[in-house]
Design a protein around this ligand. Structure first.
Ligand code: GDP
Length: 521
């Protein structure tokens, strides 16, 4: 197959959701369709979930693949799908945000009873800032939930995004009867699981089909006809351009657990989701997917396998055909390197691959070489826009179990910070040890575990009351005209840590000539 066909058949995407909305379940069902796993449930075992928050090894065991991989590849209908991992919950971290820098589209998964929840909002903002097209899948229709129109309004109010139904639920909760597929005018009738049996599709046909309409009560049929009328006349029509511009979101309804509404979603997803496209360069211009090989690192993961303490850098291929053993320029290091053992993840398996194409995610093993944002290029020294660092929301101070281990600690922290696990802040005016910041608490657990096992440097951590960091432009504020703690980040940039929004606002008011930014410039 030629390069252009390989590009056109690829879809690289992420699922964003709040914990418990059903992301794991949906992922399993998607893999099931592709035959990447032989039965649902084998992607990751989560029996007896309930995360032991601070035991990293346990976390890793429990989540198996989702910790040690960054993406899974599977095939469906002649397409190659790369599903990026976006860990949620306590595991919520910068990695989750950064995965979105490698995606071409996003599926926003909502629980029909809960609608848009906190974590969905955060992830939505990142996806939307990046201009990613967003699908919406409303899950758990077999359970009582909110009215579809209410969910549509919520998405529009919160995000300014117009959700356009592609499917429509017939009833909900105990009365859930199935979905109406707008593109075909067909109904998929849902039959609830009987004891010991699986739920199934009881029938499929058009609204006018007497056999199908007989599966609904006259009231349900009338209600559906009214709903269809409403959708066709009141809601905007789906417009691909508007979707690709991030202003419309095709909306689907179903039940991941019951494997219902997933095929309908997947079919339309393949048609609508964009294939890998050009990526802008920092210096202006862009790299088209058919250019010579380029890729950028968006995640660096210390391999938790104790036997070999390697680090895996996950790189998204931006352009060109990748071949195992090829030479590429490591742009930051200004050195050509040979890419010998690229890994990819298929279902549970990690395999060495011989070829990869734009949109694919390569796992590269090369201890110490790669940092987040690094570019590999067979097209000369190109630079993409920096992979963003996200503003930390949690902070700790550290104490060394062995005060003599300061040097080892600083080295370890620096290396681990380079992987993007935590951010380092030095109090202005001097302090022997830095304050550490992260987006999610798990990042501190990871740091603590790794300092102990990899650097023989056990540390104690004390939470600090800060809630946000702001990078200061224009100089330092005068003493007595700021609230919070002045710090420098690892690159010596001026920043300030605030305990609450009042401190931030007041400091900004008292220093009109300075700006306080959520991200380093
Ligand atoms: P995650 O935290 O988003 O990965 O969510 P999971 O996939 O682990 O799902 C959370 C819980 O919701 C699990 O108990 C699932 O079995 C359940 N669940 C997922 N999808 C559905 C659904 O369609 N209907 C019902 N009733 N439960 C579901």
């Amino acid at each position: 197959m030629n390069l252009s066909d390989e590009i056109q058949r690829r879809r690289t995407f992420a699922i964003i959701s709040h914990p418990d909305a059903g992301k794991t379940t949906l992922t399993e069902k998607l893999l099931l369709y592709s035959g990447a796993i032989d039965r649902a449930g084998s992607v990751k075992g989560r029996e007896g979930a309930g995360h032991a928050q601070s035991d990293w090894m346990e976390i890793e065991q429990e989540r198996g693949i989702s910790v040690t991989s960054a993406a899974m590849q599977f095939e469906y209908r002649d397409h190659v799908l790369n599903l990026l991992d976006t860990p949620g919950h306590q595991d919520f971290s910068e990695d989750t945000y950064r995965a979105l820098t490698a995606a071409d589209s996003v599926v926003m998964l909502l629980d029909c009873a809960k609608g848009v929840e906190e974590q969905t909002k955060k992830l939505f903002r990142v996806a939307n800032d990046r201009g990613l097209p967003i699908f919406t899948f409303v899950n758990k229709l077999d359970r009582p939930g909110r009215e579809p129109v209410e969910l549509i309004d919520e998405v529009e109010e919160l995000f300014g995004l117009r959700a356009v139904p592609m499917t429509w639920p017939i009833g909900s909760g105990p009365d859930f009867k199935g979905v109406y597929v707008r593109a075909t005018g067909q109904i998929q009738v849902f039959e609830r699981a009987k004891a010991g049996r699986k739920a199934r599709v009881a029938g499929q046909g058009s609204l006018d089909d007497p056999e199908i309409s007989a599966l609904l009560t006259p009231d349900e049929l009338q209600r559906l006809k009214d709903d269809v009328e409403l959708m066709d006349h009141v809601l905007p029509a789906f417009d691909l351009e508007e979707f690709l511009a991030g202003r419309q979101s095709p909306l689907f309804f179903g039940s991941a657990l019951n494997n219902f509404g997933i095929a309908e979603f997947l079919d339309e997803f393949l048609d609508m989701a964009p294939a890998p496209h050009a990526r802008p360069l920092a210096a202006g211009g862009e790299v088209g997917p058919e250019s010579p090989f380029t890729a950028f690192v968006f995640k660096v993961q210390a391999n938790m396998n104790k036997a070999h303490r390697d680090r895996v850098a996950f790189a998204r291929v931006v352009s060109g055909r990748f071949e195992r053993g090829m030479d590429a320029l490591h742009v930051r290091g200004q050195k050509s390197i040979k890419l010998n053992y690229p890994h990819m993840f298929f279902g549970r398996e990690r395999l060495i691959v011989d070829e990869a194409f734009p949109g694919d995610i390569l796992g590269l093993i090369n201890p110490g070489l790669f940092r987040i944002g690094d570019v590999l290029s067979a097209a000369g020294p190109v630079e993409f826009h920096a992979v963003p660092r996200f503003s930390p929301e949690q902070f700790v101070s550290v104490r060394l179990a062995d005060p003599g281990a300061r040097k080892g600690f600083l080295k370890g922290v620096q290396q681990i910070a380079e992987e993007g696990v935590v951010q380092v802040f030095w109090p202005r005016g001097g302090a022997p040890l830095p304050i550490l910041g992260a987006v999610g608490r798990l990042q501190f657990d990871v740091l603590q575990h790794r300092l102990k096992t990899e650097y023989a440097c056990p540390v104690l951590m004390e939470p600090r009351g800060f809630q946000m960091a702001r990078w200061i432009q224009g100089g330092w504020p005068e003493p007595s005209r700021f609230w919070g703690e002045l710090v420098e980040d690892s690159e010596g940039r001026a920043a300030i840590l605030f305990e609450n929004d009042w401190q931030r606002r007041t400091t900004a008011e008292k220093n009109p000539d300075l700006t306080f930014q959520e991200h380093p410039a």
